[in-house]
Ligand binder design. Structure first.
Ligand SMILES: C=CC1=C(C)c2cc3[nH]c(cc4nc(cc5[nH]c(cc1n2)c(C)c5CCC(=O)O)C(CCC(=O)O)=C4C)c(C)c3C=C
Ligand SMILES: [Fe+2]
Ligand SMILES: [Fe+2]
Length: 335
C-alpha cells in the first residue's frame, strides 16, 4: 500500500509574546496580504508589524500569551489520521509561524511519502489564505526537490460533514438563546479588504454558501440570520456588514444573538478574544438580551469525517464549490 501525506494548512499563531511581532511581520510580508514589490513590501511589513505589535500582544496576553491554533490543529490532524487509517499520515504546515511550510516539506520528504494531498483548513477560498498556502507549498516543494503526485483541495464551503457539524452546534446555541426571545443568528467571518474582493476573490460568495447550507441543514425555515465580518485591521475599506454593526442592530431590535464563527474551524485569538471578550462586552452594553457564542467545529466527528471524505476524493471539492458559483478558485492562475 502506498504512503499518502496529507498536509493541513493554517495560519499559525505566536507561541509566546516575543513571537507576536515576527509573526505579524511574516503575515504582512506575504504578497497575498500586501501586494507591493520587493523591497517596499518588507519595509512596509516592518513598519506595520511594529505598530500593530502592542495591540496584538495585548490580545494574546488575554489568552495566556500564546495562540492555541497549533494545539487545535494538531488535534484535528490526529483525529483525521485516525479516520483515514493505514497508509496516511497527517502533517501540519503553518503560513506565518512554526511549523513553517519548509519544515513540513522536509518532514514529508523524510517520511517517504508516495503522494501528497494538500488540505487548507479554510473552507472558503481566499487568495489571502488558501492560495497563499498552496503557493507557498509549491515553492518550498520545488526548492526541496519534492516531486510527488500532489492533489490540492481548493476549498469546501458546503461540504456535508462541515455543514452537519456546524448545524448541530448552531441548534444547541439556538436552544440556549431561545429562553431570551426570538434569536438572531450572526454568522461572523474574518473580513477582507474590499480591494481583494474587487480583484475577483470568491471568499464572500463562499461564506454565503456556507451560511445558507447551515441554515438549511438546521431545519429552521423562519430563522432570523445574517452574515457579517469581523477582525478588520488597517485603514483600508473592508467588506461588510461589520459584526459590530450587526450587534448594534440586534441591540436596537432587542433580540438575543447566536454568534457563529463561520470561517474559522478552530479556536484562536479571533474567537477567544474578539468574540468571547470584546463583542460579548459590547453586546452587554448594547442591551442585547443574550449573547451565545457557538464553538468552532474543531475536532467534531462529522467535520473530521468530512475532511476524510475530501482526502479520499479531492476532486469533489472544486466541483462543488468554485464551479457552483461559476468562478475559478484562482489558485492556479498567475499572481
Ligand atoms: C491585514 C490583512 C489580513 C487579511 C487579508 C487577513 C485574512 C484572513 N485571516 C484569516 C484568519 C486569521 N487571521 C488571524 C489573525 C490575524 N489576521 C490579520 C490580518 C489579516 N488577515 C492579523 C494582523 C492577525 C493577527 C492578530 C491581530 O493582530 O489582530 C488569525 C488568528 C491567528 C491566531 O491567533 O492564532 C486567523 C485564524 C482568514 C480566514 C482570512 C481571510 C479569509
Ligand atoms: Fe487574519
Ligand atoms: Fe476550486
Amino acid at each position: 500500500m502506498g504512503k499518502t501525506a496529507v498536509v493541513l494548512f493554517n495560519m499559525g499563531g505566536p507561541d509566546s509574546l516575543e513571537a507576536v511581532e515576527p509573526f505579524l511581520f511574516n503575515l504582512f510580508n506575504d504578497k497575498a496580504i500586501i501586494g507591493a514589490p520587493w523591497p517596499i513590501r518588507p519595509l512596509l511589513a516592518k513598519l506595520i508589524s511594529s505598530r500593530r505589535a502592542p495591540v496584538a500582544k495585548e490580545i494574546y496576553r488575554q489568552i495566556g500569551g500564546a495562540s492555541p491554533i497549533l494545539r487545535e490543529t494538531k488535534a484535528q490532524a490526529s483525529a483525521l489520521e485516525f479516520a483515514l487509517g493505514e497508509g496516511f499520515k497527517v502533517f501540519v504546515a503553518m503560513r506565518y509561524w512554526h511549523p513553517f511550510t519548509a519544515e513540513t516539506v522536509a518532514a514529508v520528504k523524510a517520511w517517504g511519502a508516495d503522494r501528497v494531498v494538500l488540505l487548507p483548513l479554510y473552507p472558503q477560498f481566499s487568495t489571502t489564505t488558501n492560495r497563499s498556502s498552496l503557493r507557498a507549498w509549491a515553492a518550498q516543494a520545488a526548492k526541496a526537490k519534492l516531486n510527488l503526485p500532489t492533489e490540492s483541495i481548493c476549498c469546501y464551503p458546503a461540504q456535508a460533514g462541515l455543514i452537519a457539524a456546524m448545524a448541530e452546534l448552531v441548534r444547541a446555541g439556538l436552544s440556549k438563546a431561545s429562553a431570551h426571545g426570538r434569536p438572531r443568528v450572526l454568522f461572523s467571518a474574518h473580513g477582507l479588504p474590499q480591494g481583494v474582493v474587487d480583484r475577483g476573490d470568491p471568499y464572500p460568495m463562499h461564506v454565503e454558501m456556507t451560511a445558507r447550507a447551515v441554515v438549511s441543514a438546521s431545519g429552521l425555515d423562519d430563522l432570523d440570520w445574517g452574515v457579517c465580518y469581523q477582525s478588520r485591521v488597517g485603514p483600508l475599506k473592508w467588506i461588510g456588514p461589520a459584526t459590530e454593526d450587526e450587534l448594534a442592530r440586534a441591540g436596537a431590535d432587542k433580540v438575543p444573538v447566536v454568534v457563529v464563527p463561520i470561517a474559522f474551524v478552530s479556536e484562536h485569538s479571533e474567537t477567544l478574544v474578539e468574540l468571547d471578550i470584546e463583542y460579548r462586552h459590547r453586546a452587554g452594553s448594547l442591551g442585547i438580551p443574550a449573547y451565545i457564542r457557538v464553538p468552532t467545529v474543531s475536532a467534531h466527528p462529522a467535520f473530521i469525517e468530512g475532511l476524510a471524505e475530501l482526502v479520499r476524493n479531492p476532486a469533489q471539492a472544486h466541483g462543488r464549490a468554485c464551479s457552483a458559483i461559476g468562478r475559478s478558485c484562482l489558485w492556479k492562475e498567475e499572481p
